[in-house]
Design a binder for this molecule. Structure first.
Ligand code: 1PR
Length: 548
């Protein structure tokens, strides 16, 4: 197999990149010291998270000069995400740390006054020069395809400036901001998006770079483009051991996963299939992300819980969209008595192919401590340590709220809303109470307090469940979603209650949610992800379809 060299300079998640490279027929050789850079013919610089952290690591590791020499020698170079940002002069994210300076522009933070930041999801990479000339694909990029982005900072696009210096530029638009999605000149190619997480469209780009196919003609139908971020549809797999000890995908009603009718009535854990097979099925139906929640993690030590690691390893070999893993991400004590930090637990998952970790119970405890300390950050929580090392986009907080009704707002110290769905006693106000351990324990904290605290700690996204709606097939809790969206700037994934494609259209129409997640309706085979996407498209929403 032909070789490509990858720079191993941060403890980032590069497993999916390795899988993607192998999938397109190349073998990865690691560069572990600056002197090895000269061995590379084709060099890929991955990077995720914080610009300053990545560039400082490269600089302190002595890599910047050899990378510059590689680029100047004319040998193929590809940068991904922060690897693209490294080509620029610097970033607002950390003004004291310089980039390589090949392009004299600084990365700027997206304006969050009218949209969620980070920018997470599937967006375009449209060649800016294609409009004036015969359409051609630049390293396999197609205007009709969508690519997976996750970042808060970007290089603003100024028409014609870089093109006049010989660069080919592909852009995307987020809100009103057009930014650089990919760029290349001569031997250099870089993408702000993650090609290894962009399905077949991303694999095509990696292959084109490795094969040295800079420009290729495009079919007329591939030039069709609707710019902008698509509506993200996520498939969620609740995983736990069944009574026979096998890891299965299960699904509860209001978090109760035991059978209530049929031959297994009286208590067997519902078994809806095998995690890896189901993840692959949803990927091929067009799921934009797959989330695994290890829903009984609190019973075991996560380190002994190697089957979840194996599930991730196997899934990431064939599923090229972002994978999130939740359950048991916290400081823990291993079976041999060794203390293992939440960061180390997360690291194991990232190394096995996860792109994000989802933190539930631990986030509530951390938020309680945050308020007890007068809204001061300790720097020690799982959220802070993991987002510090891997970037905030790698940290999702999973919220498991329950409605609590009151007759009037003054009856509670918590943040209430007036609901259109009063309870049987006619009470018209409610607040959303946070729970831990999969809803088994309620805490004296409302959802507003929780999401504001975890945003301050550096969470990148909220996975917003609802215990009342879970498994109900009655649609999402739109009131809850709107309430949470009003509290924070980071993206929110609406979850719990989806029973049909129209529920997804409903949540995108009536809230500003950034993504929507379904579980039971997919697992029971009632609808496919593709059917949801078709419905959304017919309802006027922009979606990404699976490319084979
Ligand atoms: O607390 O950090 O160890 O994380 C545990 C994780 O496991 C949390 O994310 C928590 O939400 C999840 N969890 C724990 N117990 C259950 C359970 O069901 N007994 N599942 C559970 C949560 C809810 C959703 C579900 C949606 C959509 N599952 O993720 O997928 O409600 O379902 P639907 O579309 O069928 O309505 P920690």
């Amino acid at each position: 197999m032909p070789k490509v060299h990858l720079l191993d300079y941060v403890a980032g998640n590069v497993r999916s990149l390795v899988n993607a490279i192998e999938k397109v027929g190349y073998e990865v050789e690691w560069i572990k010291s600056p002197s090895e850079v000269q061995n590379a013919e084709k060099l890929i610089l991955p990077g995720v998270g914080h610009f300053g952290h990545c560039l400082s690591q490269l600089s302190e590791g002595g890599y910047l000069a050899p990378i510059r020499e590689h680029i100047e020698s004319g040998k193929p170079f590809m940068g991904i995400c922060v690897g693209l940002q490294a080509l620029f002069s610097g970033s607002e994210e950390d003004p004291s740390v310089p980039g390589l300076g090949l392009i004299p522009t600084r990365m700027q933070k997206f304006d969050d006054s009218d949209k969620s930041v980070p920018h997470i999801g599937w967006n375009s990479a449209k060649n800016t020069s294609s409009a004036d000339s015969k359409p051609q694909s630049f390293y396999g990029l197609k205007p009709s395809s969508k690519y997976y982005y996750v970042h808060s900072y970007a290089a603003p696009y100024q028409r014609g400036v870089l093109e006049s210096q010989g660069w080919t530029v592909a852009t995307a638009t987020y809100g009103q901001e057009e930014f650089i999605g990919a760029i290349g000149r001569g031997n250099i190619f870089a993408t702000q998006f993650h090609p290894e997480k962009s399905g077949q469209a991303g694999l095509r780009t990696i292959k084109a770079f490795l094969d040295g196919q800079q420009f290729q003609p495009l079919d007329e139908k591939e030039t069709k483009n609707v710019d902008g971020l698509t509506r993200r549809v996520i498939a969620c797999l609740d995983v736990r051991a069944n009574d026979a000890g096998d890891l299965v995908v299960t699904k509860g009603d209001q978090y109760d996963v035991r059978e209530k009718s049929g031959v297994d009535a009286g208590g067997q854990v519902r078994n809806l299939g095998k995690p890896v097979d189901m993840a692959k099925k949803y990927y091929e139906q067009g799921a934009d992300e797959v989330t695994f929640l290890n829903i009984t993690s609190f019973r075991n030590c996560p380190l002994a819980d190697t089957p979840m690691l194996e599930i991730l390893r196997r899934t990431s070999e064939s599923v090229f969209v972002p994978l999130t893993i939740g359950g048991g991400i916290r400081d823990t004590v291993d079976t041999d008595g060794t203390t293992v930090s939440a960061l180390d637990v997360a690291k194991m998952y990232f190394k096995s192919g996860a792109d994000k970790v989802s933190i539930g119970s631990e986030a509530v405890i951390a938020a309680e401590e945050y308020y007890a300390a007068g809204e001061k950050l300790s720097g020690k929580t799982a959220i802070e340590t993991i987002s510090g090392a891997y970037g905030k986009q790698a940290v999702v907080v999973s919220v498991d709220p329950k409605r609590v009704y009151v007759s009037k707002p003054e009856d509670t110290a918590h943040h209430t809303i007036k609901t259109a769905y009063p309870n049987a006693a006619g009470e018209e106000f409610c607040w959303y109470q946070c729970t831990i351990k999969g809803g088994r324990e309620t805490r004296d904290m409302d959802v507003w307090q929780l999401v504001k605290a975890v945003e301050a700690m550096g969470a990148g996204e909220i996975l917003l469940n609802s215990i009342d709606k879970d498994g109900s097939k009655s649609g999402f809790d739109l009131e809850l979603i709107n309430d949470v969206k009003a509290a924070i700037k980071i993206p929110v994934i609406a979850s719990s209650g989806a029973g049909k494609p129209a529920d997804f259209a409903d949540v995108f129409k009536n809230t500003t949610t950034d993504a929507a997640l379904g579980a039971g309706m997919f697992h029971r085979g009632e609808y496919t992800v593709a059917e949801v996407k078709d419905y959304l498209e017919q309802s006027g929403f922009l979606v990404r379809h699976f490319e084979s």
